[in-house]
Write a protein that binds this ligand. Sequence first.
Ligand code: C2O
Ligand code: CU
Ligand code: CU
Length: 570
Amino acid sequence: MERIIFILAAIIPSMGFGQNPLFVPDPLSGKSFSLSLQNGQVEFYPGFNTHTIGYNQDILGPTLILEKGSNITFNVTNNLSEQTTLHWHGLHVPAADDGSPHTIIEPGQLWSPSFTILDKSATYWYHPHLHEQTEEQVTRGAAGFIIVRDDEEAQLILPRTYGVDDFPIAVQTRAFDANKEFLWNTTEDDIVMCNGTLDPVLDVPAQVIRLRLLNGSTQRVYNLGFEDDLIFFQIATDGGLLNAPVSLKRLRLAPGERAEVLLDLSTHQGQSFSFMSFASELPNGIYGASNPSGHGSSGMMAGSISGYNNNSLNGNDFKIMQFQVSASTANPIFTIPSTLTSNTPYAEPSANNTREFYFQSPHMGPQGMLNGPFAINGQLFNLNVINHEIPLNNIEIWELVNMTAISHPFHIHDVQFYILDINGNPPPANMQGRKDVVLVPPMFGTVRFITKFEDFADENAPYMYHCHMLNHEDGGMMGQFVVVGTTTSTTKGGENSILIYPNPVANLVHVQGLPNSTIRLQNLSGQLLEERVSLGNEEQFNLAEFASGIYYFNIRNAEQNFTYKVIKYD
Ligand code: C2O
Ligand code: CU
Ligand code: CU
């Protein structure tokens, strides 16, 4: 598939002369996924082979389609001659499986994490997270989409035929050198790519279509919209559906953020229109505006990032891609649903459970406030320092205070959060869903969010939080926390080797059974809900979809037979 597109890209001179069909990565589904990070080459410009990296292909990677509740095994092979890691951005997984900077995959090595998908239906992504090399590896091409499907979303009337009425679109700006090799650690990112395609065009049917938008850029914030201010409907944030579609003309998307939107093209057959970033409308203080500094555009306090203002995309409206509307497909969708889900943000804890995070530059003055390096609470990232210990099941408010001149997209691993306020105001309707990235305004801007640290505790494996401007992250604007299991109770069997925890449990219960045993999960009335054969290794059972109440695990082998009670809560 990608071969054909790249051959076309080679034949048709790009950049203003012709348009290249948008590359739509192949979908992969199932319970076991193989990803191989490898070197590649793409002829973006005729006569120039740009060196790239990608998963199973020259650039980017397949779209992983995951079912909520299923147990998945990944086989990730590093076929580069340098280290890497692979992080599942937005997924709620055990810290040891999260692909953090600690979980290095050496050249030639295989990494095989395995976990249960607990996340809600939404669009996530994967990318390397190697210490100080994230920007470089992502820029060279290492990234891919993850689509999680669940029963709730499946009940809704929504476009969901991948590549037909449901399309992933990763927007990235890149810079090339004179030999058409990628540059990183630069402000010259003036070439727009979607899914690794230059000057892309996509054929779409005249009906309601769904776009899964990802800002996969190193630094740039987009102010997305369509030609003629075509209205679109945002239906999902980073980690789940919104309560109801939110109608929009513009959507600001910061690095790392995702949004799913619906576009009703039923009356647009035969038309062609552009998808744009209206960057001229971005307020100063954002990478992508005419001035990235929130200090203002003139006078003593004005600041600029060196090389930034020569970039033709900054502060100017520009095209991201082109859509061409053809006939509708069989079984088209012509409606926008009126409701989607019901998000229930956590209740604010009565105890003072607020953690504060100050973004500061150790270098004082306007230039330091804009150019970094940026520290969080006065500390640059140190692989050997755990910045926070968080008790399992804690509900916490994180208060982010940005003492710098530029906005930073803050991202946290392990959890999704709900934004409580931005500069003291409640978030707009399209930001009231589950999120894992939030853009924190400049010049003493604040964001407060609330979240809960559930399911996974491991005092030896940290999760990251960081700025998703990848050069800021690599420069040390990152910290790490461990979730510690002080509030878990463990059910230990009469036979010492049996462990069941946590108990009570909200989602995932870990069961360490007996060698060569059968584990049966039953409800109060004895009905069999799940049965597994276990060699004695830890098994994970997902109770998320079950009603609260009492359940039993029966564990038996040829010699022994035990039953334990587990309490499930919501
Ligand atoms: Cu998208 Cu810590 O990363
Ligand atoms: Cu992440
Ligand atoms: Cu930043």
